[in-house]
Design a binder for this molecule. Structure first.
Ligand SMILES: Nc1ncnc2c1ncn2[C@@H]1O[C@H](COP(=O)(O)OP(=O)(O)OP(=O)(O)O)[C@@H](O)[C@H]1O
Ligand SMILES: [Mg+2]
Length: 282
């Protein structure tokens, strides 16, 4: 090879390796959140969104889907805890027009709560039925990058928590063949986590954990990125807020030690004891 040819070859190799290592990211649609994630959630990732009731999991998922609608992604929202209408209403409070997006063929909301007989409802919480319904929805929406929010995935193993890991592995494996970036909402129950170990958390490519606390008589909400593969993400707790007419925003980094927001070990022990007693294990 001539000298100038080998130089060109070297330059091409550098450009190619740069392109290959570049991670494409999807914006979350929440002001201030992408900065914690080096720009967003990597494409094709399966991300667990966890936290206690009322801490913002659904609202975060709604923002993620709305951002997809804005960017022309194919969007699928599965709702198990609220009806389709409730999700549309919640989104509309933040100026997001989910009804229009559905009419325009950009969004399908699969209702797994109401048990209706329509095409985009699930009659029971069966992981195989979920996966085939998601694939059917994707075919309906057509070719292209897709976002899926399953709110919640943990509802699918509500009465059999020991299946959490197997079910989430199955769902991730099947859906990974498609160009889906998935948010899997997982309700955080101390008792379930302690009794059955990690379910979705090891299988997920990322974990976004929301928290809520009473501070000085006021309800405060927080977020921490506990895991995001291929990402130099923030490792700090941030305070968030849900603003009327706007939705979720990240406010500021807070100085808090884990002991400040985790339950004291004694309280945790008592909760577990009560749970085991009620199940007749003790
Ligand atoms: N229009 C609004 N303006 C201000 N705050 C709102 C508005 N709508 C909802 N919220 C706040 O968001 C909370 C609900 O958040 P979200 O539904 O995302 O919780 P979640 O984590 O999904 O809870 P769950 O596990 O019970 O489903 C409400 O309890 C309320 O505090
Ligand atoms: Mg919710």
């Amino acid at each position: 090879m001539q000298d100038n040819e080998s130089d060109i070859y070297l330059i091409l190799c550098i450009i190619y390796s740069g392109l290959a290592s570049e991670v494409k990211r999807l914006k979350t649609g929440v002001a201030g959140m992408d900065e914690l994630l080096e720009g967003g959630i990597p494409e094709d990732f399966f991300v667990a969104v966890t936290g206690e009731p009322g801490c913002g999991k659904t609202i975060f998922s709604i923002h993620f889907i709305n951002q997809g609608i804005i960017e022309g992604d194919k969007c699928i929202y599965i709702t198990t805890e609220e009806s389709r209408e409730s999700i549309i209403r919640q989104a509309s409070q933040f100026g997001m027009r989910f009804g229009d997006a559905m009419n325009d063929g950009k969004l399908i909301i699969i209702d797994a709560l109401m048990g209706r007989e329509d095409r985009w409802s699930l009659q029971n919480l069966d992981p195989e039925a979920l996966v085939s319904k998601i694939i059917e929805a994707k075919k309906e929406l057509g070719y292209g990058r897709a976002r899926v929010a399953v709110d919640s995935l943990s509802a699918f193993w509500l009465d059999k928590p020991a299946m959490a890991r197997r079910y989430s592995y199955f769902i991730k494996k099947v859906l990974s063949k498609w160009n889906f970036t998935i948010l899997a909402v997982s309700q955080y129950a101390i008792t379930t986590a302690e009794s059955f170990g990690w379910g979705i958390e090891h299988i997920a490519d990322g974990i976004i954990r929301f928290r809520r606390l009473l501070r000085g008589g006021e309800l405060k909400r927080f977020v921490i990125i506990e895991k995001m593969r291929q990402t130099n993400h923030s490792r700090y707790l941030h305070e968030i807020d849900v603003k009327p007419g706007v939705g979720m925003v990240v406010l500021r980094r807070v100085e808090m030690r884990a002991e400040d927001y985790k339950l004291p070990p004694e309280v945790l022990r008592k909760i577990l004891e009560a749970k085991r007693k009620s199940e007749g294990i003790l």
